[in-house]
Design a protein around this ligand. Structure first.
Ligand code: ADP
Ligand code: MG
Length: 263
């Protein structure tokens, strides 16, 4: 982990010729074709596409967990060469430390970075309040529901004040009601703080409701086949957006691209 400054100011993300191959029995298999992509600070980018098309690969390269086979990812003018607290990652399964309280989990990042005890206490408390877990800070992760664990995970990432938040199907394992609550909360957080978000999902509606930009990926090799910027009012509630004729039109358009990409 590079101990760079954690400013929380979102910077432009630039991918140039980023590709990924794995060795296969008959030579290298390209799972991500050379990809150029620019994400502006504050964009909420949703990535959709069929299973196996390389969504997680793309996200893990941005996170710095995976090195691209070729090409380069830059955040501002820095080249990504490993994980960094300025790029927070939320996976489908919350990976909280089971032996620590929820509060201690949230404090963990600042503690590792050497933030003094009182400051990190206050930071953790603010984040727990933000995600509605301030009453549950003393519990262990296994004493939380799936939705609460995911909230704790989001708090644990946001406490580092990352400029960029990378989320890989973060609400995929939750029931529909909890998912919708967390979707709303995430949008509120994003509106307040204007982080850059890259959000992987296989839900077309979720992508439309959340994203200011939607990337559709296709398979063999994984690549971006469609890039749209929906123009819904990002302050409108979900029911209103869902009822718009443009919502259905965009949903059908995205579905066509996904099925075409899958054929
Ligand atoms: P998605 O998240 O869209 O479902 P992934 O990015 O997880 O897709 O995977 C893309 C492709 O890369 C898949 O075909 C997967 O089998 C392959 N893949 C992922 N990791 C490895 C690996 N370590 N070795 C070989 N192939 C891999
Ligand atoms: Mg995946």
């Amino acid at each position: 982990m590079t101990a760079g400054p954690v400013t929380g100011d979102a910077e432009r993300v630039t991918l140039t010729g980023v590709s990924k191959s794995y060795p296969g029995p008959d030579g290298d298999v390209q799972v991500l074709a050379p990809t150029d992509l620019t994400i502006e600070p504050g964009e909420f980018v949703c990535v959709i596409g069929p299973s196996g098309c390389g969504k997680s690969t793309l996200l893990n390269i941005l996170a710095g967990f995976l090195a691209p086979t070729a090409g380069q990812v830059r955040v501002g003018d820095r080249v990504v060469d490993g994980p960094d607290p300025d790029r927070g990652v939320v996976f489908q399964q919350a990976n909280l430390y089971p032996w620590l309280s929820v509060r201690a989990n949230v404090e963990f990042g600042p503690k590792v970075r050497g933030v003094p005890k009182q400051t990190r206490r206050a930071q953790a408390q603010r984040l727990l309040e933000l995600v509605g877990l301030d009453q549950l800070g003393d519990r262990r992760p296994y004493e939380l529901s799936g939705g609460q664990q995911q909230r704790a995970q989001i708090a644990r990432v946001l406490v580092n004040d990352p400029g960029i938040v990378l989320m890989d199907e973060p609400f995929g394992a939750l029931d529909a009601l909890t998912r919708e609550r967390l979707q709303r909360e995430l949008l509120t957080l994003w509106r307040d703080r204007r982080k850059t978000v890259l959000f992987v999902t296989h839900g077309i509606e979720e992508a439309i409701l959340l994203g200011t930009r939607i990337l559709v990926m296709g398979t063999e090799p994984g690549r971006i086949v469609h890039d749209v910027t929906p123009s819904f009012d990002d302050g409108a509630d979900f029911a209103t957006v869902r009822a718009l004729p443009e919502f259905a039109t965009l949903r059908d358009e995205l579905a066509r691209h996904i099925y075409a990409a899958h054929a």
